[in-house]
Design a protein around this ligand. Structure first.
Ligand code: SAM
Length: 239
């Protein structure tokens, strides 16, 4: 996958060189190109913003640098078109399902807004997705892009050591994941559930499914309505 990120703070994206995403880049599974939006300005001050029409506080990002940047980036790979993602609090809520969908794309472009956001006309002209990472307001789209790109990158083939771990993750089957444990078997008097040390894989699977259901019921009951539940699952929830 290729991901282009357009921002006025390229340094904000430096964490994309670390850890799992950094390794995916080293292996060539993911190519990230970060662009400074100001490279597409034409005035001496490299201006990217202006006062909002209709008045009010703050500034709005002008459409021309964005359009010039996106036109040039989109033309950099003839014969294919990127999927353009604009992070915004006004977007659709980001989810594991959306991450899975984006992970199937060969090419993503992220547009990191600042100030009061990007002029709506350029968003209308270019955005395939407007995505919110939550009901709060950040100072810019860079952190939202880091969130989305990390969630997407770990789903790319070969990025996780064991691809089954993405399938077991919370939300992949519509539920929260069961609690996890490692050594020692007893820590501060708290024991690892015996079933996990039993060596009975069937019993472990059943325990995990039941814990996953109970956890979801207590912490995120809203998820259960859309989850694919068997009769055995319903029995666990009714118990
Ligand atoms: N005035 C805008 C509003 O109320 O919707 C907020 C603008 S915010 C200060 C600046 C930029 O941060 C946005 O253009 C967007 O790129 C990013 N941003 C802020 N909160 C976000 C969120 N919850 N999800 C995704 N992007 C966000």
């Amino acid at each position: 996958m290729r991901a282009d990120v357009v921002t006025i703070f390229p340094a904000y994206l430096e964490p994309l060189g670390l850890s799992l995403v950094g390794k995916a880049r080293e292996r060539g599974t993911l190519e990230v190109r970060t662009h400074d939006l100001r490279a597409w300005t034409s005035d001496v001050h490299r201006t990217v913003d202006d006062a909002p029409y209709g008045g009010g506080p703050g500034m709005v990002m002008r459409p021309e640098p964005w359009d010039a940047a996106l036109t040039e980036i989109a033309a950099s790979r003839p014969g294919s078109r990127p999927r353009v993602v604009v992070p915004t609090p006004a977007g659709v809520p980001f989810s594991q399902r959306r991450a899975q969908e984006l992970a199937r794309e060969p090419w993503l472009v992220f547009c990191c807004g600042r100030y009061e956001g990007i002029d709506a006309r350029v968003v209308d002209a270019w955005a395939d997705d407007e995505i919110s990472i939550g009901d709060y307001v950040l100072a810019g789209g860079e952190v939202a892009t880091l969130v989305i790109l990390e969630a997407v990158a770990r789903l790319l083939p070969g990025v996780l050591g064991n691809s089954a771990s993405a399938e077991d993750d919370s939300f992949s089957d519509g539920l929260l994941e069961a609690p996890v444990y490692t050594r020692p078997p007893v820590w501060r008097g708290a024991e690892v559930p015996a079933v996990l040390r039993s060596g009975d894989h069937g019993a472990v699977d059943r325990w995990r499914r039941a814990e996953s259901l109970r956890r979801t019921l207590h912490r995120r009951p809203d998820l259960l309505a859309a989850a694919d539940l068997s009769a055995a699952d319903r029995a666990v929830l009714d118990a």
